[in-house]
Design a protein around this ligand. Sequence first.
Ligand SMILES: *[C@@H]1O[C@H](CO)[C@@H](O)[C@H](O)[C@H]1NC(C)=O
Ligand SMILES: *[C@@H]1O[C@H](CO)[C@@H](O)[C@H](O)[C@H]1NC(C)=O
Length: 217
Amino acid sequence: MHFSTISTAIRTLLTFIILPSTVSSTAHPFITTYQFAKGTWVENIAVLSNGSLFVSLLDRPQLQLINPFADPPTTTLIHDFSPYLDLLDIAEISPYIFAVIAGSFSATTFTLRPHSFSVWKIDMRHSTSRASKIADITEALSLNGIARLNLHAVLISGSTAGNVLYLNTETGAYNITIDDATMKVVPSAMLPVDINGMKILDDSLPYTNSLGKTFYR
Ligand SMILES: *[C@@H]1O[C@H](CO)[C@@H](O)[C@H](O)[C@H]1NC(C)=O
Ligand SMILES: *[C@@H]1O[C@H](CO)[C@@H](O)[C@H](O)[C@H]1NC(C)=O
């Protein structure tokens, strides 16, 4: 979740997704890949090896697949994770196998139902994609970002407790692996959101603390 203020955040997110194709810079022209209905909150994107795009939605618990090559581009619902309220980050763990966070943050009331976050596996290797739960992370107040560590593990940002979890995607075992002061909720934060987006880059882990408006590694 990207909060600077809520309205700026929503504008920023919408800009990414529904920027009209008429808005362009000469150096890097933008094109609209897919236009979702107004009110859709696209939380994260992951690219499949064949160029299709997974998008996780925050306003409803849906994982959609965009085919940007179709004319016009199409979207397919891959899985609805109800009764979870939303999806957060998604990462490819091995070709055509993804891990996605399902949670219970309400994008309408901006309230969080803690202890209701899980990580799921989506296997796209077969004609019918299959979703299976990797783990319920019951201690988590909220989960937000996910980054692939290796073929068997991901790191996940605990975006209220302010820590990073290690999750074995085969056994579902997890533990708190990094717990640092820079990852915690700042006093001025209007929502209990701290460490958010995260990527693994060579041997470092760049991450944001969204309401702290800071970027660390
Ligand atoms: C990419 O692969 C997925 C999974 O098999 C498939 O559903 C999708 O249609 C493919 N996209 C393209 C552009 O071929
Ligand atoms: C978490 O589990 C992994 C894999 O078993 C292990 O390598 C790591 O040392 C553990 N971390 C902590 C803080 O226990």
